[in-house]
Design a protein around this ligand. Structure first.
Ligand code: HEC
Ligand code: HEC
Ligand code: HEC
Ligand code: HEC
Length: 375
C-alpha cells in the first residue's frame, strides 16, 4: 500500500517536472543595459531559428573582370549606370532581376523587343530605385553604416516589398455627431502592434515631420504654448509600437525606461533610430511620393497616393536588416551615385574621295556640332 502511494508520488512528480520543462519554450536573453535596469531582450529559441532562416542572404553573383566598353557607349538610354562597363552593367541587371522579379525576369521592367524603351512603368520606378539605393548608402551612413542596403533588403524576391503603407482615410468630424471624432484610435490596428493607439502614425511621423517629443518642459499648457499632453503621447506611443515591432525588440532596446526622453541614459541604438526616422521621411518625400504619377492605379492606395516605406520595409522584424549581413560589399556599384560620362563621340567617316592618310590629324567633319560653350 505505502509502496503504491510512494510510486504514484514519484510518477506524479516526474510528470509534473517533465510537463513544466516541456511547457516552457527555451529562450535566450540578451542584456544590453546595466544590470538591474531590466534592459534585456528575451526571445524564444524557436522564433530565433525562424528569424535566422527568414534572413538568409542569397549567394552573390560572380564578379566580372574589369575593363571593356562603357555601357553609355553601348546602350541607348542609360542615365544612372552609364559609367559601368558592359559586363558590370549586365551583372547588375541580373542581380536586380533575382532580387526584384525572379519569376517574371527581365520582362518585368523591359519591353524585351526594345530594351531601351521606358514604356514599362516598373523600369522608370527601378531607375529611381537605383538612385534611392545609392542615396541611402552614400548620404545616410549615420543609419545604415558600412552595412548599407541593396534592392534585396526591401524586395526579397518580390516586386512589391512585404511592408508598404498608404494614407488612411481622413477623419470626418461630422460622422459621429454625438461624440467627438475617433482621432484614428480605439480600434486594434496592425500598424501600431494591434494596440488601440492612433493608427495613422506613418502619415504623421514618417511622411510628415510632426514632433515626436512629448515630455513637457513647462508645467502648464499656457506657458510657452506647451502642447505636450497625454493625447500627443498616444501618437508617439503608436509610432514606438511600430518601431519596436519592425525591429523585433522591446522599448528597452532604445530607452532606459527610467526616463524615455533622456538621451544620456539611452542606448546608442536610439541615436541610430533617430537618424532612421529622418531617413524614412526623406525617402518617402523625395523618392516614393514623386513617383505617384508613374505608378499605375492598381498600385496606389485608396486615396490615390503612392506606396511608401517604413522601418519594417528594410528591417523585416530584425534588429538589423538581414541580421547585419552586408550584401553591399559584393555590389559596390550601389554604394554611390557617379557622374555620368558623356558618350564617346563616334569618329566621323572619312570625307568622300579623300583616302585617309596614316598618322594625319583627322579633319573635323563640316557638320560636327560646335563645342558646347563653357557655362
Ligand atoms: C527591376 C527592373 C529591371 C529588371 C528586372 C531588368 N532591368 Fe534592365 N534596365 C532597368 C533600368 C532601370 C535600366 C536603365 C538604367 C539606367 O538608366 O542607367 C535598364 C537598362 C537595360 C539595358 C540598356 C538598354 C538601352 O539600350 O538603353 C539593357 C541592355 C538591360 N537593361 C538588360 C536587362 C536584362 C538582360 C535583364 C534581365 C536579366 C534586365 N535588364 C532586367 C531595369 C531593369
Ligand atoms: C528602402 C527600400 C527599397 C529599396 C532599397 C529598393 N526598393 Fe524598390 N520599392 C520599394 C517600395 C516601398 C516600392 C513600392 C511598392 C509598390 O510598387 O507597390 C518599390 C517599388 C519598386 C518597383 C515597382 C514594382 C511594382 O510592380 O510596382 C520596382 C521595379 C523596384 N522597386 C525596383 C527596385 C530596384 C531595382 C532596387 C535596387 C536598385 C530597389 N527597388 C530598391 C522599396 C525599396
Ligand atoms: C528603435 C529604437 C526605439 C524603440 C524600440 C522605442 N523607441 Fe521611443 N524613441 C526613440 C527615438 C529615436 C525617440 C526620439 C524621436 C525624436 O526625437 O524624433 C523616441 C522617443 C520616445 C518618447 C518621447 C520622449 C520625449 O522626449 O518626449 C517616448 C515617450 C517613447 N519614445 C516611448 C517608447 C515606448 C513606450 C517604446 C516601446 C513601445 C519605445 N519608445 C520604443 C527610439 C525608440
Ligand atoms: C533603407 C533601409 C532601412 C530603413 C528604412 C530603416 N533602417 Fe534601421 N538599419 C538599416 C541598416 C542597414 C542597419 C544596420 C546598420 C549597422 O550595420 O549598424 C540599421 C540599423 C538600425 C538600428 C541599430 C541596431 C543595432 O543594434 O545597432 C536601429 C535601432 C534601427 N536601424 C532603427 C530603425 C528605425 C526605428 C527605422 C524606422 C524609422 C529604421 N531603422 C528604418 C536599414 C534601414
Amino acid at each position: 500500500m505505502t509502496f503504491t502511494i510512494k510510486l504514484t508520488g514519484v510518477i506524479v512528480t516526474v510528470l509534473l517536472v517533465m510537463g513544466t520543462v516541456l511547457a516552457f519554450k527555451k529562450t535566450s536573453a540578451y542584456q544590453h543595459g546595466y544590470p538591474g535596469t531590466a534592459m534585456d531582450l528575451v526571445q524564444s529559441d524557436a522564433e530565433l531559428a525562424e528569424k535566422l532562416k527568414a534572413n538568409t542572404v542569397p549567394a552573390a553573383l560572380p564578379q566580372v573582370p574589369a575593363g571593356g566598353p562603357l555601357s553609355v557607349d553601348t546602350y541607348q538610354n542609360v542615365q544612372v549606370l552609364g559609367h559601368l562597363s558592359v559586363a558590370e552593367f549586365g551583372r547588375t541587371m541580373a542581380a536586380m532581376t533575382t532580387w526584384v522579379s525572379p519569376q517574371q525576369g527581365c520582362a518585368y521592367c523591359h519591353n524585351v523587343a526594345n530594351m531601351a524603351s521606358d514604356e514599362v512603368y516598373a523600369k522608370v520606378v527601378a531607375r529611381r530605385m537605383l538612385q534611392m539605393t545609392m542615396h541611402i548608402n552614400q548620404d545616410w551612413q549615420q543609419h545604415v553604416k558600412g552595412t548599407g542596403v541593396t534592392c534585396y533588403t526591401c524586395h526579397r524576391g518580390n516586386p512589391v516589398p512585404a511592408y508598404v503603407w498608404f494614407n488612411g482615410p481622413s477623419e470626418d468630424p461630422t460622422a459621429r455627431p454625438m461624440m467627438q471624432g475617433k482621432a484614428y484610435q480605439n480600434g486594434a490596428a496592425q500598424d501600431v502592434g494591434l494596440a488601440s493607439l492612433p493608427s495613422n502614425v506613418f502619415e504623421t511621423f514618417l511622411a510628415g515631420n510632426a514632433s515626436i517629443r512629448v515630455q513637457g518642459n513647462a508645467p502648464l499648457p499656457s506657458e510657452t504654448n506647451n502642447r505636450h499632453s497625454i493625447k500627443q503621447t498616444e501618437w508617439t506611443y503608436g509610432l514606438m509600437m511600430h518601431m519596436s515591432n519592425s525591429l523585433g525588440v522591446n522599448c528597452t532596446y532604445c530607452h532606459n525606461t527610467r526616463s524615455m526622453g533622456e538621451w544620456e541614459t539611452s542606448p546608442p541604438q536610439r541615436t541610430t533610430a533617430w537618424y532612421g526616422i529622418r531617413m524614412v521621411r526623406d525617402l518617402n518625400n523625395q523618392y516614393l511620393t514623386p513617383l505617384t504619377d508613374v505608378f499605375p492605379a492598381y498600385r496606389k492606395g485608396p486615396h490615390g497616393d503612392a506606396p511608401k516605406l517604413n522601418c519594417a520595409t528594410c528591417h523585416n522584424n530584425a534588429y538589423k536588416p538581414l541580421l547585419g549581413v552586408s550584401m553591399l560589399k559584393d555590389y559596390t556599384v550601389l554604394a554611390e551615385a557617379k557622374p555620368q560620362p558623356a558618350k564617346t563621340p563616334v569618329e566621323p567617316p572619312p570625307a568622300e574621295g579623300a583616302a585617309p592618310t596614316e598618322g594625319a590629324a583627322p579633319t573635323p567633319a563640316p557638320d560636327a556640332p560646335a563645342p558646347a560653350p563653357a557655362q
